[in-house]
Each structure stands twice: as structure tokens, then as C-alpha cells.
Ligand binder design. Sequence first.
Ligand code: ZN
Length: 245
Amino acid sequence: MEMNFIYILSEDDNDDAFYKGCIEKMTGKSYDLISRRLRRGGGVSQVRKYMPILLRDIRYTGHVDNTFFVIALDNDRSPAHPNHEKPPRFLKLPKKEQGKTCRFCEIERIAVNILDIRENWPIRGAIAVPVQMMESWLLLICDGVQYQNEAKLPIFAKKRSSSAQLYYGPRKPGDQLKDLCKIKKKQLNIKSDRDFCAYCAENLIPKDLQKISDSFALFKEQVDEWEPMKSADLKLSDLLTFSAL
Ligand SMILES: [Zn+2]
């Protein structure tokens, strides 16, 4: 059986497990996670810190067959790629949140700086920035019909957070993304977050999720390019050589 390997840099171990499952669903192949022995559960700041280290490693290792990478960061109410649309009622967000910039562009810029333009990356990669968080995708996988679209989901992690309270005030915020996941987990009688992530990856139907989540569609588009690009590159260069003769 063909072996495939994948580097995943995400906000914690559960996210890694979910993204690995997603990639397996999208490509129909299985992957061994290349362990990085980086921090675990470090969140956004740790992803930012280790991203250049991972990308430099990839650059120095160069082209390796059947190896891929994913870098994932939650959108967390930043302007969403590619239109850089701001979340609804943007001015109700705390001031420090209003200054956020597109995270997809941020990751891509660093990757281009270190690896070169995407067509020249030594191994295929994909950037995942779920709007607003990975939990949004989990909810849409579990109850897509009920939630309809990522744009209709709540935008905060927890209703108890001060930013959610400020945003909805003086009304009390309703359940937010992590609150809703917790309820769903309980309904399904799933004990750990890790098992819930595995359940969601298992139940992911990529062509359905891409219709109700623009951010997932953007991720899937990149993964769909992994295979064809390889042979397309070769064919095109063969063709150019021939025409030059
Ligand atoms: Zn962008």
C-alpha cells in the first residue's frame, strides 16, 4: 500500500487529528502524521511562532514524494479570505479585534517568503482558516441542515467570554461555537474532544460542506490541486520542450 506523510501545524492535538481525518476523506488516502515535537495546545501564537520553523525545514528537506503539509489557524473574526469580508456588526467587536488582518494572506505570505511561489513549493501544502473556528466546521458537519451556512453561525467561542458579552450587550449572548459543540458532544454521548473531532472527520462529506462553508471550500480547492498539479507540471514541461525543438 502506498504510504503518505503529512505535516500538520494547528492550534492543538485535537485540531491535528481533525485535519488529518479531513485530508484522508478528501483524498481517499491515509497519511502518517510527521511528529514535530513542537508545543502542543499552544493556540494562535504558537502556530505563528512555529510556522517559519516548519517551512524552513520543508525548504531544506526539499522535494519528498508523497509528503504534504497543512497549516491551520482559526479565523477568529478576522477579515475572511478572499474577499476580506468583516464579520457582521464589526464595530461592536472589541477595538483590538477590529485591527485583525486576513490570516490566510498572513500564512501564504510567510510560505511564499520562505518557500517561493506556490507552484514551486517542494511539497504540496494547504492553508486552512475556518470561519470563525474549526468548531464551525464541526457543527456544519453534524447539523448542516439546521445551521444552513457558516455565515449564520455564532462568531465567538464561548458565550461567557468578555468579547461575546460586549458584542451582544446589553442582551445576554446565546450559545457560541464551543458551547454548541459541547451540547452536540453530549447528545452524541461522546466523551472527549478528540473523539468528537474523529467523529466529525469520519462524517465529513466534503462536497456537502463546501456548499455551506466558503472557508472549507477554499481549503478543499487547495487539496484538490495536490494530485493533478504533479502530472500537469510534467506534461506541460514536456510539451514546452517538444515545441522548442
Ligand atoms: Zn486574505
